[in-house]
Design a protein around this ligand. Sequence first.
Ligand code: GFB
Length: 300
Amino acid sequence: MAGSAILRKLQAEGCEDLILRTHGELDLTDQKQVERFFEKERPDCVIMAAAKVGGILANYRWPADFIRENLLIEVLSIDAAWRHGAKKFLFLGSSCIYPQMAPQPLKEEYLLTGSLEPTNEAYAVAKISGIKMCQAYQSQHGFNALCLMPTNLYGPGDNFDLESSHVLPALIRKFHEAKQQQTPVVGVWGTGTPRREFLHVDDLADACLFLLQHSMEDLRKVSPDGVFNVGTGKDLEIRELALLIRQIVGAHCELRFDTSKPDGTPRKLLDISRLRCLGWQPKISLEEGIRRTYQWYCRA
Ligand code: GFB
């Protein structure tokens, strides 16, 4: 989802000389394939959007897959990109890297100041390792690596599988199916009280290009550690999100909270002042973003 959005943005900006590989064409967890790719193509700039991602239940059930695949992708690609002469590397992380009980909104400097949320610890540890690897290569080799930490993303190309998806696409699907089948009740996991922030993936793509167009010198002045949060600066309760999606989809059903499912972290709101200070801000409101995503889902 993130990679496709970044590609759409690059193409819309008339960017040429793009080197693209689908997951089927290049397995980033296979050292030989990664080495061959970077040796042959020698990209100037690398945008590392590839990752194994999933919602709260997927992270909880398959921690070994999340830590293994993400660590391999990061270790192999950061090292190969540096050795084969990349001049800029943009690494995408996640807002779950911050401690579970850190003050809100979450500032970049809160990294590694407390314990992580248990439901996604394995994924978070892998993403923190990616950041630390970027910083180590910057410090030892002068590698120009930037780390962008997006809040919960959604948009076209999202995963709508009810077991492994994130909350926003899951609720779009649940309310759509409830409308079609005239079901009176829709199940919402957890208590509905956790707060989350959501960013449309096209705004993430916009932030990626915005950062890449700045000189590393200017970026380091604002972010000496090379980390930038990206979000909207606004959050809402899962219950409020469910009501908003129900209204946009046009479903007439009650919500039933399933407290046998985990809530996860109580709140995860990013402080985006570093990006704001450079002049970036999100353009797509949550309501507009959900409308667009619902239209995309109905067409797909
Ligand atoms: O989006 P989500 O799966 O991930 O869940 P996290 C957010 C909240 O929505 C949790 C609730 O409190 C869920 O219990 N929720 C309600 C639902 N109904 C549903 C539903 O039908 N499906 C899902 N999936 N949730 C993830 C991390 O955490 O955030 C990842 O596990 C990643 O590592 C991602 O960082 C951005 O926001 O809790």
